[in-house]
Ligand binder design. Structure first.
Ligand code: SD4
Length: 335
């Protein structure tokens, strides 16, 4: 019997196996002990109500995903639909259309998706296509590959019927021109310069899927890829355990394979909150450089518990469940 089925069919053992760490954990997404005790005694034979959770303050995107989940759609459909809201929003300068360009003025997008069967797809450094999360899904479903990059990914998008669009808005172009005047033409990654959307959804079957979509670091070198489209770094999930997504300086997330690390820490018994904190500690343990960059993690486990943690203040996540949409500031390391 597959472990997943086994757990579904034996609720008591499921409580012991999956819920043990959650039951013992002193932290939940609000950082309080009371609700954890409550959640831990709830029977786990039934999945929690559908949940959509995403990095940053994105109520419309998360509500859209939640609406799809409440209508009985699958986790991946909901996550892609939710992410598409931010990809199309030209005011979000870190995702999709309107994203900040690289230092040469090209908007290049990265995205990946992962489903509850462990399948994944990614596109890297794609130009002229807004909905790169949906494109990553096409890579997963329509090709024998996991990743497509650059021109090849763009050609594939047209073959799949995606429209060609100019992603550089007047506002992003103006900001880039101003940046060029005052910078020394170096890629700059500061603490505020992040809003990548990582979204995790749990559907009414209790299945988890996720998406990560971004225009990457503003004014990056041409061809630069961060963590966001890298399975294990910007996104990872295991439907038996839970999932994690990352935002912030991708280079640092890649070095510690952050999202994979968080899922493995949850597998070994840590709560989502504990796992996110440990993953941030792995980064700050490398020396003082963390003072100059931000990384934030968000995790969801099978019991519907959420954890979030970042290096610096300012990171938050948005969660939809049962018609309620809340934005919560994440706890952080550098106090
Ligand atoms: C990257 N992690 O490309 C992304 C940047 C990011 O919000 O998080 N932006 O490194």
């Amino acid at each position: 019997m597959k472990r997943r089925n086994f757990l579904k069919e034996t609720p008591l053992l499921a409580g012991a196996g999956l819920g043990m760490a959650m039951a013992l954990s002193a932290c939940n997404d609000e950082g309080t002990a009371g609700e954890v005790a409550h959640e831990s005694v709830a029977p786990v034979s039934q999945p929690p109500k559908p949940i959509a959770v995403a990095t940053w303050d994105v109520p419309v995107a998360v509500a859209k995903a939640g609406e799809w989940l409440d209508a009985g759609k699958k986790a991946l459909d909901a996550a892609i639909e939710g992410a598409a809201i931010e990809e199309a929003d030209v005011k979000n300068t870190t995702v999709g259309k309107g994203g900040a360009p690289d230092r040469d003025g090209h908007v290049t997008l990265d995205a990946c998706v992962m489903d509850s069967d462990g399948n994944c797809g990614a596109v890297l450094c794609v130009e002229n296509i807004t909905h790169v999360a949906a494109l990553a899904r096409k890579v997963m479903e329509e090709t024998p590959h996991v990743m497509l990059s650059g021109e090849g990914a763009e050609q594939f998008a047209y073959a799949m019927g995606f429209p060609k669009e100019n992603l550089l808005t007047e506002a992003s172009k103006k900001a880039w021109e101003e940046w060029k005047l005052k910078s020394e033409y170096q890629p700059v990654i500061n603490i505020e310069n992040h809003d990548t959307i990582g979204m995790l959804c749990m559907d009414s079957n209790g299945d988890i899927a996720g998406v990560c979509t971004t225009s990457g670091a503003a004014y990056k070198m041409r061809g630069r890829i961060g963590d966001s489209p890298i399975i294990g770094s910007g996104l990872y999930l295991d439907n038996e355990i839970g999932g994690a997504v990352a935002t912030g300086l991708g280079e640092e997330v890649v070095k510690t394979v952050g999202s994979f690390l968080i899922v493995e820490l949850m597998r070994s018994g840590k709560s989502p909150q504990e796992a996110c904190e440990e993953a941030i500690r792995r980064i700050v343990a490398k020396g003082d450089r963390y003072k100059d960059f931000q990384v934030g993690y968000l995790a969801l486990n099978k019991a519907g518990e959420i954890g979030a943690y970042s290096i610096h203040s300012g990171f938050s996540y948005t969660r939809y469940q049962g018609g309620e949409n809340t934005n919560t500031p994440a706890d952080f390391y550098a106090k």
